[in-house]
Write a protein that binds this ligand. Structure first.
Ligand code: PDD
Length: 285
């Protein structure tokens, strides 16, 4: 049984309790982070901590625990649960003042902070990365502040189910004819050696993995172009891939039934995955 963290306490998962009035539960009034663990250490921890602070700030929620405390809780959970490869999930909600109300509770209301681990043996040597994944396109009907990592994940969940129903692995969301991002990852295409991905704005989550991967790509003298692209352009690309804390760099080999290249992961995606996993391991804390 896992040890989880709830508002200052480390407890067995079956003893963890949250109020039925918690705004995370009633209103999806909460934000989250997912940090990967490689070799028992945290990948890109600083990036996740900074984004958490930004998400909370954008929603007028109280500041998160101090950086050092947050790191310590992450490490303690990884240790207590013996995680070598996996994820640490963190959620902060606006808490509850004991009733349901659309109006935010008073500023003194204590936020709810919950954290747990997920063991994912084989995260680095994920067999899916050797085969690549298939994606379908769906309309992006999410709200306009996708830069805030909120727990409003119903539509992304539905997107994954729509993909599954079509025999695919995931969905890319499309708005005004252009790809925003994957249901739980950032989306990229590669054409003539150039890596193309949508620029940062409120339309997409500012992926922590994205930032690292683009930095490594530029350091390796690969050309990166931050601009919008369509599904039609993506289907004609040489390669495609997605990035996230839970998949690192994952090659995409099919988009809406169209096979990319020879249907196997392309060299740019494979190289970026290798660089990212190596560097992530080295820099993990
Ligand atoms: N999802 N875009 C969306 C909509 C996401 O949900 C995520 C992450 C990303 C990639 O961000 P990062 O590189 O910081 O993980 C992009 C996490 C992994 C999840 O929901 O499980």
């Amino acid at each position: 049984m896992r040890t989880v963290y709830v508002n200052g306490d480390y407890i067995p998962e079956n003893e963890a309790k949250i109020s039925v009035f918690d705004r995370g539960f009633l209103m999806a009034d909460g934000v989250y982070e997912v940090t990967s663990v490689l070799g028992g250490k945290l990948v890109d921890f600083e990036g996740h901590a900074k984004r958490l602070e930004r998400s909370l700030n954008e929603l007028d929620m109280p500041k998160p625990p101090e950086f050092d405390d947050l790191l310590e809780i992450h490490r303690e959970l990884v240790r207590a649960n013996g995680i070598d490869e996996g994820l640490v999930y963190l959620q902060v909600t606006r808490g509850s003042d004991g009733d349901r109300d659309f109006v935010f509770p008073s500023a003194e209301t204590r936020p709810t902070v919950v954290m747990f681990t997920q063991a994912k043996p084989g995260l680095a040597e994920n067999p899916a990365a050797k085969k690549g994944i298939k994606v379908i396109s769906i309309d992006d009907i999410r709200w306009g502040r996708r830069d805030i990592k909120t727990v409003q994940l119903l539509y992304p969940s539905m997107g994954k189910m729509m993909a599954k129903a079509k025999g695919a692995d995931d969905a890319w969301m499309v708005e005004d004819g252009e790809v925003t991002e994957g249901t739980s990852n950032n989306a990229y295409i590669v054409k003539d050696g150039r890596i193309i991905t949508r620029a940062l704005s409120n339309d997409i989550l500012h992926g922590i993995t994205r930032a690292a991967v683009l930095r490594f790509a530029r350091e390796a003298q690969m050309e990166v172009v931050e601009r919008n692209f369509t599904i039609d352009e993506a289907q004609k690309a040489d390669e495609a891939f997605v990035t996230s804390a839970s998949t690192f760099v994952m090659p995409v080999v099919e988009i809406d039934g169209a096979t990319l290249g020879d249907g196997t992961p392309g060299p740019v995606a494979r190289r970026l995955r290798e660089i990212y996993v190596d560097e992530a391991r080295k820099a993990a804390v």
